[in-house]
Design a protein around this ligand. Sequence first.
Ligand code: DC
Length: 219
Amino acid sequence: MIIAIDGPSGAGKSTVAKLLSKRLNFEYIDTGAMYRALAYKAYKSNIEINEANEYKIDEMLKSTSVDYYNNNIYLDNNDVESLIRDENISIGASQISALKNVRIKMVELQRKIAENKNVVLDGRDIGTKVFPNADYKFFITASEEIRATRRYNQLTASGFESEFNDVLSDLKQRDINDTTRTISPLKKAEDAILIDTTYMSLDEVVKTIADIIGGYNVL
Ligand code: DC
């Protein structure tokens, strides 16, 4: 069974998807972490992420392995979970994810990892592109201010220094990048269930989703 959770940055997708996967005893795949790992490698390799450098990034891709298991992201067989969460990497991930060969490789990988498993995946194009026939599709969103506040709190709690206004403007920039790119832009799949979490607690969101799925005797 495939459960797709898409939506913009800071909507709470990954927290909800993780909790839900635990509750269902499903695997969880954080597809954003894969794009973040590639952005991290480009950054470490001194490759600026832009269209002019697409050929360099294509070369990098050929000698790069990305994997996701046990709630951790692996880049060239190293766990990079703790290295990919800062704001520079967020913006880099948004930029690198617009490139054609990057998307082809990551979508292929995500389909392969989820093959024959019960999985909750979160991302931007899971319900529209990676698994258009997913058993359940949710599109989770919230107001810009609330999303930036959640992201800011998350960064602060993880020890990253940041200014709220910078976080808000980065989030707006990522929204623009992610919704306007040519290949698989972020958008709600027609058959996805929309959940606006602006005034909802985390527990309420998980319960809402679990109730929908539970109606089908999965829980
Ligand atoms: O979910 P996240 O914030 O970790 O994702 C980082 C970036 O990766 C996001 O700005 C857009 C991109 N992304 C994507 O294009 N497709 C996905 N399925 C997941 C993330």
